[in-house]
Design a protein. Structure first.
Length: 426
C-alpha cells in the first residue's frame, strides 16, 4: 500500500517535471513585452514605413512613438504617439502547442524623405527599445539592398550567420528582399521563432520585403503568419494582397509576383495567374522609375538539371520584355545560376535572371546553357547597389568571398550595357 502511494507520487512528480520541460523548451510563446518587431516597405518608402510586432493576449492594445533621431538622450515626451491596429491570432500547427497572441501593426505616414527616425512600440511599462530607421531621399543617389534566396532550413543554427554577415557587410543597407521559402513548414510558429532569432533587431531597423515560396503555403493557403506578422503593400490584385505587390524606392520599382500560388502553376489558366498578369502589365505601363526588378520564388530559368518552369516564362516573360524589366530575383532551386536569356527567337536577351539560396539546404547546379555563372553547395547573399543609372550586383558566399559580380548601365535607348566582372577563379 505504502509502496503504491510512493509509486504514484514518483509518477506524479515525473509527469510534472516532463510537462514543465515541454513548456520550458517551448520558446516561441509571446509575453507582454513586444517581440518579433518587423519593418516593411510601403508603396512609397520615402514618406512611410510599416511596423508590426507581437505581444501576448494580456496586452490588448499597442502604441508606437516616433521622433526624429536626436543627437543625445531621447526625450519620450516630444514623440508623436500613434495607436496601432491589434489583431488576435491563434497559430495552430500539427502537434505543436497552440500559440495565441496579439499582433499589432501601424503604418507611419507623412514622414520626411531622407530623414533618420527613431521609434518604439508597446505601451507604458512594456516598451520596446528605441529603434532607428531612415527614409530614402527623393534623389536618385546611391543605395544598396540585400537579396536572399531561400533561408528555409536550420534558421537559427545555420541561416543566422548569413543574415548577420550580410548586415555586417552593408549595415546601411536600405532593405532586404527574400525570394520565398522563408521557413520550411508553412504555419510552424517554432520555425518562425528561429527566423526571428536569426536576424533579431535587424528586422526592426531594416525594412524587409517578402515574396512567398511553395513552403510558405499550406496546401493552397498562405501561411497565416504572413498577413499578421508582416504589413506588406496592399496594392496587388484582389486575392493576392501582400504576396503580389510593388514598392517604390528612389528610382527603383520592386515588384513581387506570387509564383507559389496555385500549386506552383499547376493550374496554368487559373485566376491568380490571369489577375497577376493584368495587374503587372498595368503597373509597368504607368511606371516612371528607371529600374524595375522583379522578385518571385520560382526561377524563370532553372539551374537544376531536371527542372524547368516554362509555364512561368510563357505567362510573364512577354510582359517583362515589353516593359524593359531589368532583373528577376528568384529562389527555389537551392543552387546558384545567373544569366541573360529569352524564349523569343526574335529578341536579343535583355533581362538578367538570378537564382540563389541563402539557407543550408543545398543542391547541385546542372549544365544549363542559359547560365553565365553557376554555383553548387554554396550559401550566398547578394548586394545590389543602385546609383542613378548604374547598378552594381555582387554575390558573396557564407564566408564573405566574392562569387559573382556584374555592372549594368542604363543607355539612352536600347538594352542596358552589361559589364561582366565575375571573379576569374570560378
Ligand atoms: Fe526552397
Amino acid at each position: 500500500m505504502c509502496l503504491n502511494i510512493i509509486g504514484k507520487l514518483i509518477l506524479g512528480i515525473s509527469i510534472i517535471t516532463f510537462s514543465s520541460t515541454i513548456v520550458f523548451s517551448q520558446n516561441n510563446f509571446p509575453s507582454p513585452n513586444p517581440d518579433r518587431i518587423v519593418l516593411n516597405l510601403t508603396e512609397d518608402a520615402s514618406t512611410s514605413v510599416a511596423v508590426t510586432w507581437r505581444t501576448d493576449k494580456s496586452v490588448s492594445e499597442g502604441f508606437c512613438e516616433l521622433q526624429i533621431t536626436p543627437d543625445g538622450r531621447i526625450d519620450p515626451t516630444i514623440s508623436k504617439s500613434f495607436k496601432a491596429k491589434t489583431t488576435a491570432v491563434k497559430y495552430i500547427h500539427e502537434n505543436n502547442p497552440v500559440v495565441e497572441a496579439n499582433q499589432h501593426s501601424f503604418i507611419f505616414t507623412d514622414l520626411y524623405p531622407g530623414k533618420k527616425y527613431i521609434y518604439r512600440v508597446g505601451l507604458a511599462g512594456f516598451w520596446s527599445e528605441w529603434i532607428e530607421f531612415e527614409t530614402p531621399s527623393k534623389q536618385n543617389d546611391e543605395f544598396t539592398f540585400i537579396y536572399f534566396g531561400d533561408p528555409q532550413n536550420d534558421l537559427k543554427s545555420q541561416w543566422s550567420r548569413i543574415i548577420r554577415r550580410a548586415y555586417k557587410h552593408v549595415p546601411e543597407c536600405s532593405f532586404m528582399v527574400y525570394a520565398g521559402d522563408i521557413i520550411n513548414n508553412g504555419g510552424s510558429d517554432l520555425e518562425w521563432e528561429e527566423w526571428f532569432k536569426a536576424g533579431s533587431f535587424i528586422y526592426g531597423s531594416v525594412p524587409q520585403i517578402f515574396t512567398p515560396g511553395n513552403h510558405d503555403y499550406i496546401d493552397l493557403e498562405l501561411d497565416p503568419h504572413w498577413k499578421t506578422q508582416f504589413t506588406q503593400a496592399k496594392n496587388g490584385p484582389d486575392g493576392l494582397k501582400e504576396s503580389c505587390f510593388f514598392v517604390d524606392y528612389k528610382n527603383l520599382r520592386l515588384i513581387s509576383i506570387d509564383s507559389a500560388t496555385e500549386g506552383e502553376l499547376e493550374d496554368e489558366n487559373g485566376n491568380d495567374l490571369k489577375n497577376q498578369k493584368i495587374w503587372l502589365d498595368s503597373i509597368l505601363t504607368t511606371n516612371t522609375k528607371d529600374w524595375v526588378i522583379i522578385t518571385t520564388h520560382l526561377p524563370f530559368y532553372s539551374p537544376k538539371e531536371n527542372r524547368d518552369n516554362s509555364t512561368l516564362r510563357k505567362h510573364f516573360q512577354p510582359i517583362l520584355e515589353k516593359h524593359g524589366v531589368d532583373m528577376v530575383l528568384t529562389g527555389h532551386d537551392h543552387s546558384y545560376g545567373r544569366g541573360m536569356a529569352t524564349d523569343n527567337p526574335d529578341m536579343k536577351p535583355s533581362i538578367i535572371y538570378v537564382v540563389s539560396v541563402s539557407g543550408p539546404k543545398l543542391y547541385e547546379a546542372g549544365n544549363k546553357e542559359w547560365m553565365q555563372q553557376k554555383g553548387s553547395f554554396l550559401q550566398l547573399y547578394q548586394t545590389i547597389r543602385i546609383n542613378d543609372d548604374v547598378l552594381e550586383y555582387e554575390a558573396f558566399t557564407a564566408n564573405g568571398t566574392l562569387f559573382d559580380k556584374f555592372i549594368l548601365k542604363k543607355q539612352r535607348s536600347g538594352n542596358n550595357k552589361m559589364i561582366e566582372m565575375k571573379p576569374q577563379t570560378n
